[in-house]
Design a protein around this ligand. Sequence first.
Ligand code: CTP
Length: 435
Amino acid sequence: MAAHNLDTAEATGADAGVGGDKKRPLNVVVGVSGGIAAYKACHLVREFTEAGDSVRVVPTPSALNFVGAATFEALSGHHVDTEVFSRVDEVQHVRVGKEADLIVVAPATADTIARIAAGRANDLLTATVLVATCPVVLAPAMHTEMWENPATQDNVATLRRRGLIVLEPAHGRLTGKDTGPGRLSEASQIAAMARTIVAVGTFTRSLEGKKVVISAGGTQENIDPVRFIGNRSSGRQGFALADIAVHRGANVTIVAGDTDELETPPGAEIIRVRSTRDMKEAVDAAAVGADIVIMAAAVADYRPETEADSKLKKGQADDVLSTLRLVENPDILRGLVDKREAGETSATIVGFAAETDDPLENGRAKLARKGADMLMVNSVAGGKVFGELRNSGWLLGADGSTEDIEDGPKHVVAARMWDAIEKITSGDGESIRQD
Ligand code: CTP
């Protein structure tokens, strides 16, 4: 078993351990089925071993056509078998599943999904899944036609109904020259979702049928073609909120400003914008008919009064550069609340508040000023939170409630936020706000 390295777990944002016991490494089974994306399973094994977890790789026999057993054995430090008749004296076909804290099948091909849905146990992987009582996460990878085939979609629906987590495949380049949904998500995305499920429990498709809009990242305001005013937002918290919403079944649109080099959450639509005014236009348009809007973006409050068409030169434009005149940008969140008051939307509106001083007092005042239903208040003293992998804070409700959101990876914080948002959102999408 790999030694648990808490430093690495911190660095990867991993919440290692089950039930809040951050010191206990997880017993993770990484199942690999036979598709070209099998090579990405090597990165997934690394994601877990580097966080200190013990990984047992269980490939299907055909997965070994793509990656050899020796690679998985070297990466995991455990022997690799594919058949139920290997190591019968150890009763492997039962023991591996029983001892697992988490099973992640990546890639999960159409055939493996079908066999799991049918309750088959004709190789070590399917037998392991059939025995397991721990969370089982499937990361599909196949051609778009196979993913969209009603046979596969029915199998996916069956598995989700039974409580297995079937992640959305990413949209992008497939084996050949074709592109579409069916690409295996990146290992870091799969690991983040799998860890969240272990930390918060398997969740249901509680947002099925809901239209959700999430802004993320920072807006940028141009001074000239090479300079801009920006901020340190990475977009991670907004993307994590989108990830969780997709997996709870929502139809998700992200309006993203500048973000770190983050992979787009699979299954979400993304609209890229730059300035605050661009973001307002995109959010307002996407909010039409939305049930929930979350403003997680760090929005530039001011922009330069004028944007120069060519680069402002030192020595020639000193007066402009040394005394930039700024004008106020529109408040996107306040604008949404105004639209709701005018009857143009009935969406539940959630914002963030980044505060360096007296976060609770300032957050409560901001919630009242903005008129949102809920505000996630972060203390950002010393640049904390921006760009980091973890977050914490307080969720303030317009009904006067305050919920502590304890420190955790941003995906876990996102899941906690969604639990609270779902509580205040009634079945017809009306908000709790009384005024
Ligand atoms: N926000 C917005 N439009 C703006 C500024 C902020 O929609 N022009 C949103 C943010 O996305 C966030 C919330 O309002 O959800 C609060 O943002 P924050 O920057 O904390 O507050 P400000 O209104 O900018 O107030 P201040 O800078 O005075 O703290």
